[in-house]
Design a protein around this ligand. Structure first.
Ligand code: AMP
Length: 399
């Protein structure tokens, strides 16, 4: 499938003064077992655009999902807990409506003065949200005159507040979504070369589509994580007790056969362990020397050097997924090495996926990469060449 570069209208391209602007944000913040919010990055990230809208006298209505309440009104997933934080950040009293549709929500939205902000209750308290229900979307649309989508992490889903709603209101991107689209565009539309992609993580099934799609675009595709084990298995190496997915061996073998330019790069050596444990015995071995009963949990020292050099000399880098079990310090060197190499690369570096972002934080280099993408599933589906329903429906830049 071809990779599509989106050119969509942004909220900057339209008049917002005195208008009710309905903004779909992604406030699906992580919480601990007691329900306390543990990280407010997603809320903080929306502030520049909200301040922009406030300054221009827009009447702002915010809507989001949080967690998986499965269509029921479960207060464990209420968004009300974000009101004090948001009010402090925006230096204005943010109002809250305990419903996201209906008379009360409509009255509160109508009553907004320019520069005022209203946060609606969790969209997923209605099962219609995830069903992309047209009637539900029409009810949401009554709350605004313009729709702004700024929930990049959710645009791969055809849900009512992302897709169906665009049938009822003119739809544009917010600042966060705009940045993701611009960065992806830079990456895929005539990228500076050499263009290096680095793919890691556990599951071949999650990334095989991305690998197939990126291969014609890139100059090198570096593979790491447990995924690399299946590639090595397909080449005939004995992987001991390593995590592999034998059902993918055929597909991977086929892919490597088609890779006549030898763009796919695999580890030369591995860190193997006698158990899946932080204090396991470990060894650095070449890929042909994995001891029986041992498992590969990270790439080896020589591979870290090779991969780092390729990344540092690249002009465009895209990285998604850890290169080993980086949660345990004994197996973090590969992932941290890639994070550092991205930070020191000569090129544009776009990093995605929760684990890769965590590794950047771990090494303290998030500020040194070109773009830390919050997309997760959206980025992968985009790179797989799939349509992003929440983006597709936005007004084209030239309209
Ligand atoms: P994914 O969700 O597919 O991106 O996989 C991320 C997970 O893969 C992380 O929790 C890593 O600990 C794990 N992982 C990476 N490399 C390996 C490996 N060689 N063996 C087992 N698990 C791994």
């Amino acid at each position: 499938m071809a990779l599509k570069v989106y050119h969509k209208k942004s909220v900057r391209d339209v008049a917002v003064d005195n208008k009710r602007v309905l903004v779909r944000v992604d406030y699906n913040v992580p919480r601990d077992d007691a329900g306390q919010v543990t990280d407010l990055t997603r809320v903080n990230n929306t502030v520049p655009m909200l301040q922009y809208l406030i300054k221009r006298g827009a009447k702002i209505v915010l809507m989001s999902h949080m967690g998986r309440p499965k269509g029921e009104r479960n207060m464990k997933y209420s968004l009300e807990c974000l009101v004090p934080h948001l009010s402090r950040l925006l230096d204005t009293e943010v109002k809250f409506c305990e419903d996201c549709i209906g008379d009360r929500a409509e009255a509160m939205a109508e009553a907004l003065a320019p520069g005022e902000v209203l946060l609606l209750e969790n969209l997923r308290f209605y099962k219609e949200e995830e069903k992309n229900d047209a009637e539900f979307a029409a009810k949401l649309a009554r709350l605004g005159e313009l729709f702004v989508c700024d929930a990049f992490g959710a645009v791969h889903r055809a849900h009512a507040s992302l897709a169906a709603i665009t049938e009822y209101l003119p739809a544009v991107s917010g600042f966060l979504l705009e940045k993701e689209l611009v960065m992806m565009g830079k990456l895929l539309d005539e990228p500076n070369r050499p263009f290096v992609a680095v793919m890691g993580g556990a599951k071949v099934s999650d990334k095989i589509g991305v690998i197939k799609n990126l291969l014609p675009k890139v100059d090198r595709l570096l593979i790491g994580g447990a995924m690399a084990n299946t590639f090595l298995l397909a080449l005939g190496y004995n992987m001991g007790a390593s995590m592999v997915t034998p059902e993918h061996v055929e597909m991977v073998r086929d892919l490597m056969k088609k890779d006549i330019e030898k763009k796919i790069v695999l580890p030369e050596d591995l860190v193997v362990a006698d158990a899946f444990a932080a204090d396991a015995r470990t060894r650095n071995v070449t890929v042909d020397k994995v001891p029986e009963g041992w498992m590969a949990l990270d790439m080896g020292k020589r591979t870290v050097k090779t991969y780092s050099a390729l990344i540092r000399n690249a002009k465009t880098v895209i990285w998604n997924g850890p290169m080993g079990v980086f949660e345990m310090p004994a197996f973090a060197a590969g992932t941290e090495g890639v994070a550092l190499a991205c930070a020191k690369s000569r090129g544009n570096t776009v990093i995605g996926g929760g684990d890769s972002l965590a590794a950047l934080e771990q090494v303290g280099v998030t500020h040194l990469v070109t773009h830390a993408s919050t997309g997760g599933g959206s980025t992968l589906e985009y790179l797989e060449g799939r349509v992003l329903p929440g983006v597709e429906a936005l007004l084209d830049a030239r309209e």
